[in-house]
Write a protein of this length. Structure first.
Length: 533
């Protein structure tokens, strides 16, 4: 049997590079998300928060829901541990496995995409039952959903490429390529939309263009790691069977947050016009810290922990998990304070223009505050689920996610009556905490205590620094109230509030004894490392 470290120079370096990998993912994700904000500003300007926007966001959520359920997160957590095992047998066997997996995925995606387009009225009835009694929103959503559903095929194949690149420690392209979707939608909003009587249809074409660009840019990167995808029909390959056994339970486990958000969207279609849009815009804001911290750390941890498990390095796995959770918690806490306390200025500066009114700003800000309550839980779910999947335990996250989804449904039905769309967002946050509680108990059985004394001390310093940050924000609001007119003074105020409060947080943490190493040790170079590209 070939040694992974010797046979492949791109193999993981045990015990090191986790923070650097997470920072790489987070840095590229930040760039993409900033473009995403530009995209959403243009969408708010072109579509507003009315019936056309509701129809577009429901139609766009259809392919994205299935992508997140069956491809981007789920396929990755099922594939990466199996790929780590196959690479131990040699790169030729790993490539044979990837060819078989890609071929199976392509066949399933083509069939599912065609079937979905044919059955779109029934899918739309499931995802947006409230539209059935509103002919305008129903027909607009049906048209847009049929046009955008092939995006599922493009982005799912792209997600497979991302998973492979991440397994080979090539994080940058996978984290940066979503920017191409944002660029394509921005192009559609600026260039195409003015020439369409239905501007949402122009945006739909931009979505398809973005999917094609994201897939195309992966092929040279895959070739550089030694894999040029070829069609190879081997569905009975043992490695495919192991992947499917992980994939089935992983569907619900990884996608719990998305399922909960989808339930909120479905119920929102039963509320007055605008509810779907408020949930969408608020979710877009909360997705930024979730992607930067939770998804970035989960992405870096999965191949790292999978490699530790494959080589029996249990102590290294425990150390990296604890450090990853502590770092992620440390940086997420100030994001929660900012998202909750600055919700109205954030939404107003970003979206309040064109068809997006001040009333829409207030409604979306309240929704964002409800999502912000659960932000830490959303991040923890990603990381703790990755820890379970690395140990090939897919059943536990699945069971916990199913319970959390049930809790979300009950809470959503109870809370939407008194609080409307805000109640739906709050139900999503509370159910995430239930999911986290169960995952923590499971991970403790796998890895022992989730935090050691040093990690708890780090989180304690972050809590105190976040309180100082909150005091700075409140002081600024009293000394210099948020301007009610003109975008440039509002943008200047928000920049000062975010920049100043973050400075207070970092200085406060430093004064309390925090240091930037965050407990991650730099790995020792080995003979094999010196030959790595």
């Amino acid at each position: 049997m070939a040694s992974a470290d010797k046979s492949n120079p791109a193999s993981p370096r045990p015990g090191g590079g986790l923070l650097r990998a997470a920072s790489t993912v987070g840095g590229w994700t930040l760039s993409s998300r900033l473009l995403g904000f530009v995209r959403d500003v243009l969408l708010a300007r072109v579509l507003g928060a009315g019936p056309l926007a509701d129809a577009f966001f429901v139609a766009f959520r259809l392919p994205n829901f299935f992508r997140r359920m069956f491809a981007e997160g789920t396929l990755t957590v099922a594939m990466v541990p199996v790929l780590a095992e196959e690479r131990k047998q040699g790169e030729d066997q790993a490539r044979h496995y990837l060819d078989a997996l890609a071929s199976l995925l392509l066949a399933v995606l083509v069939a599912f995409t065609v079937l979905g387009m044919l059955l779109m009225p029934w899918l739309l009835l499931l995802f947006a039952p409230g539209f059935r009694h509103d002919p305008g929103r129903w027909h607009a959503a049906l048209l847009l959903a049929r046009w955008m559903f092939p995006y599922l095929l493009l982005i799912s194949l792209t997600a497979l490429a991302w998973g492979v690149l991440n397994a080979y420690r090539r994080f940058s392209l996978a984290a940066a390529s979503p920017a191409l979707l944002n660029i394509a939608i921005i192009f559609a909003a600026i260039v195409l939309a003015p020439g369409f009587s239905n501007p949402a249809l122009a945006i739909a074409f931009g979505v398809l263009l973005g999917g094609a660009l994201q897939l195309g840019i992966q092929l040279p990167a895959l070739k550089r790691i030694g894999w040029t995808p070829r069609f190879a029909w081997h569905p009975r390959l043992p490695a495919i069977g192991r992947t499917l056994r992980l994939f089935g339970p992983a569907v619900l486990g990884v996608a719990a947050v998305q399922i909960n958000i989808l339930i909120g969207t479905i119920l929102a279609t039963l509320l007055p016009t605008g509810a779907v849009s408020y949930l969408y815009y608020a979710d877009r804001i909360v997705q930024l810290p979730l992607a930067l911290f939770g998804i970035a750390m989960g992405t870096a941890l999965l191949p790292t922990l999978s490699d530790h498990a494959a080589h029996g390095r249990h102590e290294e796995a425990r150390r990296d998990l604890r450090h990853g959770l502590a770092w992620m918690t440390w940086i997420t806490l100030p994001a929660i304070v900012g998202a909750f306390w600055l919700a109205e200025p954030i939404i107003g500066v970003l979206f309040e223009r064109g068809r997006f009114t001040h009333a829409d700003t207030l409604a979306t800000a309240h929704t964002l505050q409800a999502y912000a309550i659960g932000l830490l839980a959303f991040c923890w779910v990603r990381v703790l689920s990755a820890a379970c999947y690395a140990e090939k335990d897919a059943k536990s996250p699945t069971r916990y996610a199913a319970i959390a989804v049930g809790i979300n449904i009950v809470l959503a039905v109870l809370l939407m009556r008194p609080f409307g769309y805000v109640g739906l967002a709050l139900a999503t946050s509370l159910s995430a905490f239930a999911n986290v509680t169960m995952l923590v108990l499971r991970v403790r059985r796998l890895h022992g205590t989730v935090f050691d004394a040093a990690s708890l001390a780090r989180i304690g310093r972050a809590v105190l620094a976040s309180l100082a940050m909150l005091a700075a924000i409140v002081g600024l609001q009293h000394a210099w109230p948020f301007p009610t007119t003109d975008k440039w003074p509002q943008a200047a105020w928000l920049t000062a509030a975010i920049g100043g409060s973050m400075a207070v947080f970092f200085v406060g943490a430093w004064l309390l004894g925090e240091r930037p190493s965050l407990g991650f040790r730099r790995p020792q170079k080995t003979r094999e490392d010196t030959h790595a590209p």
